[in-house]
Design a protein around this ligand. Structure first.
Ligand SMILES: [Cu+2]
Length: 321
């Protein structure tokens, strides 16, 4: 069972600069005729502080997940999945009030953050969770920079939709330049809620295997390699209590970019010749993504919040965080 219930997996977050073909990726020093377009300008989803308050307010809410292909009940922040984008500055101290509007316990874990244990947001480990109707106040200093994310750490709320992106602006000047930036938060939505998936898998481990080997396949194998070899093959898989077609526990996900399916077509606009910083985050329960922008090379400049020796790629793979 690979659906994620804890944040044990390594965070793999890559920030990418993609250069359009109109401009050689390394050498061109673009004329900065226009101002840099920050996230606040490129996405309406950046969370602002309420007027007159120096705090952020988040709510954990029941939402509807709609991929265009299916709709189901889920969990989100401030009424949406994914939740708002949080933009912090390295060096600041943040205060975030989180109200749980669900009828079950909830929590927010700040993925990849270096912070005091009691602010980490893992129920049973660093705090008691947030009871229905209650508000928990997170307060911590921001002592790092880069691209991160936050998610519920209770039950299956995260694969059910309770995730959002975080960007921390670096205090020092970064060793690369860009004209515009976007969040590209990847996820996988399943038509079944996490609890239902767990129940089905506990009842029948191949419940979600859509390619069950059939009797016809068996006869085909006999014809191909003989009766003895066909039986031995079946027996070997039987001893492992697995199906030969069992490449993943759970099939049927719809991949999402910023909460939108391929049909819903998330779009990031740019002008020809601009350098775009794409901040990739894999918030999936299970899906790895192979990322490619046809005809465009990408320069990887930062991973897990650390600047890296730039690597020019035309495709990269990003694992579950
Ligand atoms: Cu996490």
């Amino acid at each position: 069972m690979a659906i994620k219930t804890t944040a044990m997996g390594r965070k793999i977050i890559a920030a990418i600069i993609a250069a359009t073909l109109a401009m050689p990726a390394f050498l061109a020093t673009p004329a900065f005729a226009s101002e840099r377009k920050t996230l606040t300008e490129t996405t309406s989803r950046v969370l602002q502080k309420a007027p007159g308050e120096d705090i952020y307010r988040l709510t954990i809410d029941p939402v509807t997940i709609d991929t265009g292909g299916f709709q189901r009940a889920g969990v989100g922040f401030n009424g949406a999945s994914p939740g708002p984008v949080l933009v912090f500055d390295e060096g600041e101290e943040v205060e975030i009030h989180v109200k749980n509007n669900l009828d079950v316990e909830s929590s927010i874990h700040w993925h990849g953050f270096i912070l005091p244990t009691e602010m980490d947001g893992v129920p049973g480990l660093s705090f008691d969770g947030i009871a229905p109707g209650e508000t928990f106040v997170y307060r911590f200093p921001i002592i790092q920079s880069g691209t991160y994310w936050f998610h519920s750490h209770s039950g299956f709320q995260e694969p059910d939709g309770a995730y959002g992106a975080i960007v921390i602006n670096a205090k020092e000047r970064e060793p690369f330049r860009y004209d515009r930036e976007y969040i590209v938060q990847l996820a996988d939505a399943h038509p079944h809620r996490g609890a239902k998936i767990m129940r089905n898998l506990k009842t029948l481990d191949d419940y979600y295997n859509r390619q069950q080997p059939t009797l016809g396949d068996f006869f085909g194998e006999i014809k191909e390699k003989g009766f003895g070899a066909a039986v031995a093959h079946r027996a070997a898989w039987g001893n492992m209590r697995m199906l030969s077609s069992d490449i993943e526990d759970l099939q049927g996900f719809t991949p999402l970019i910023n909460g939108k399916s391929a049909a819903q077509n998330w779009t990031g606009e740019f002008e020809p010749g601009e350098r775009i910083r794409l901040r990739f985050i894999n918030s999936s329960a299970m899906a790895f993504f192979d990322i490619r922008i046809p005809g465009v090379e990408m320069l990887i400049v930062n991973a897990d919040g650390n600047n890296v020796q730039p690597v020019l790629v035309d495709e990269f793979r990003i694992a579950v965080a």
